[in-house]
Design a protein around this ligand. Structure first.
Ligand code: FPP
Length: 277
């Protein structure tokens, strides 16, 4: 159940409202993470340059965030730029993505304020160009007191490098406190992740049909439900976010335990004889 004060259902489109009406309020995901994929293919299918696909992808970011904020989704985390994108894409594309991010923050700040959205970032953001970092800080500070959806952009992010950063910080802490490594718990690792202040994602959406995690939130996705759609990110809209949530509600999350309807198993196990030899 999302906090009633954050709901703006009357602002959903009729199509979105129809899907939203099918959702059980008691069983909504708190945190949705998205791998936004397919910008290049979207452009290619239209014989357009790749950068136009990214530009259209930025529009999807804005529209999906607004729908998330209208339904009161507390956490939305988008994979906007990976460490691998930074290292392996042509410099011209990387610098276009950096300019696009800057422009996005500048031109969407007002809409984020209107939608009560708080923006944050995860990743090795200190390696991004100084003027991009400056704009990022500006948007983060301006939206810091908003109380609706927290939009987290993963920028220069890699799941393995996040774990390296967490282990380094944890090792330094253990050394300073003179603690033995066998005191390390899952909670200690969680405390040092970029996402320490957030719950783990309940639902991961990946667009454009690829069945990969692509080094995204490796620790945090341990028990996350995965929804893959063939739709390319520039065509993804708020209504598709709601459809993914409806699919999520049809899943049974077991966290390694037994599902509902397995109440008789204990009884049966008690009666079961183990065959000798
Ligand atoms: C994948 O498409 C997407 C990216 C590499 C970056 C995601 C960027 C955006 C959605 C736009 C900018 C975002 C913000 C927040 C302003 P791809 O190029 O890998 O597509 P392809 O697999 O079809 O080539």
């Amino acid at each position: 159940m999302y906090p009633a004060g954050t709901l703006r259902i009357d602002e959903l489109s009729a199509e979105e409202r129809a899907v939203y009406a099918t959702l059980k309020p008691s069983h909504l995901p708190e945190h949705v993470a998205i791998i936004m994929d397919g910008n290049g293919r979207w452009a290619g299918h239209r014989s357009l340059k790749r950068f136009l696909g990214h530009q259209q992808g930025a529009k999807s970011v804005q529209l999906v965030t607004e729908t998330a904020s209208r339904i009161g989704l507390p956490w939305l985390t988008l994979y906007a730029f990976s460490l691998e994108n930074n290292l392996r894409r042509p410099r011209a594309e990387v610098s276009f993505l950096m300019r696009l991010l800057k422009t996005y923050l500048e031109s969407n700040l007002e809409r984020m304020m209107d939608n009560n959205v708080r923006i944050r970032y995860i990743g090795r953001t200190r390696e991004l160009p100084a003027e991009v970092q400056e704009k990022m800080r500006w948007a983060e500070e301006a939206t810091a007191r908003n109380t609706g959806t927290t939009l987290t952009l993963a920028l220069n992010y890699g799941g393995r490098s996040e774990l390296v950063d967490a282990f380094r910080a944890l090792a330094a802490e253990m050394k300073a406190k003179n603690l033995s490594p066998d005191r390390i718990s899952e909670e200690d690792i969680h405390r040092h992740l970029y996402t320490a202040q957030m719950p783990d994602p309940d639902l991961l959406i990946r667009t454009s049909g690829e069945m990969r995690l692509s080094n995204y939130l490796l620790w945090q996705l341990a028990y996350t439900e995965i929804f893959v759609t063939e739709r390319l990110w520039p065509d993804f809209r708020g209504v598709h976010l709601l459809e993914a949530m409806a699919d999520f509600q049809r899943r049974e999350r077991r966290y390694g335990g037994l599902g509902e309807g397995c109440g008789k198993v204990e009884e049966e196990a008690g009666q079961m004889k183990i065959a000798a030899g």
